[in-house]
Design a protein around this ligand. Sequence first.
Ligand SMILES: NC(=O)c1ccc[n+]([C@@H]2O[C@H](COP(=O)([O-])OP(=O)(O)OC[C@H]3O[C@@H](n4cnc5c(N)ncnc54)[C@H](OP(=O)(O)O)[C@@H]3O)[C@@H](O)[C@H]2O)c1
Length: 254
Amino acid sequence: MRDALGGVQSVLVLGGGSEIARATVRKLVADRCRTVILAGRRPAALEPVAAELRDAGATTVEVVAFDAQDTTSHATVLGDVFDRHPDLDVVLLAFGVLGSQPEFEADPSAAAAAVQANYVGAVSSGLVVADRLRRQGHGQLVVLSSVAGERARRDNFVYGSSKAGLDAFAQGLADSLTGSGVSVVIVRPGFVRTQMTEGMTDAPFATTADAVADDIVAGIRRDAPVVWSPAKLRWVFVVLRHLPRPIWRKVANR
Ligand SMILES: NC(=O)c1ccc[n+]([C@@H]2O[C@H](COP(=O)([O-])OP(=O)(O)OC[C@H]3O[C@@H](n4cnc5c(N)ncnc54)[C@H](OP(=O)(O)O)[C@@H]3O)[C@@H](O)[C@H]2O)c1
């Protein structure tokens, strides 16, 4: 339950190793969040993150094995977390795979695996979380979408289409939760310099995990339905979404 000042006291992170998620949780802990559950497919790799959060002041930090692709496990794994912590303020759905478009085209099964994580895994875990938050009667599900889902690009349309699906799912889920006390915050970052984009050339309006985390924390505070990061991307995509396709191809694939 939020504290008397509306501060987040507990957070569950799906994809606990995500750089954007880590930066966000660091800020929540600095702002008095005391319970953090980090869920990820490589629990051992999350232990140093857990230690850092304990040092920063979090009093309860747990690491949980969670694989977004293993949808049959989600009800049990996430149900156990909610049984132990029946009063979670925020769930941050941060897992995701960017992958390589040429590799996806050469190996369609790898493309399907990425979509299984980014979209199918998010639908499965998102519905489990929404059900548990609805039963609590409060809470926020923060979903890491992407501007890549706003309009598919030739050079990453597998990833982009998975994010488009995720974004549409999150919008519908938000509508379905109206009046329940639970809300969904959809985050649409542009290019963020993290391990996911390491070695890639910056796209226009490139930003950092820390700056996106600031936008997420502000979005949580004002319970924003959508957070663009940086904010100006909202207006950039108002235009880009409506460009005639031949012009879009030239703009997007330079
Ligand atoms: N970086 C960007 O430019 C950017 C832009 C827009 C949106 N986003 C989105 O923001 C989110 C966080 O991205 P980031 O930049 O923080 O990337 P990141 O540091 O690479 O984090 C992605 C996380 O997803 C986890 N993951 C991947 N597949 C998983 C699975 N099957 N089960 C559980 N966890 C899995 C990874 O775990 P492992 O460590 O085990 O691989 C990693 O911790 C992602 O959803 C991404 O699509 C990123």
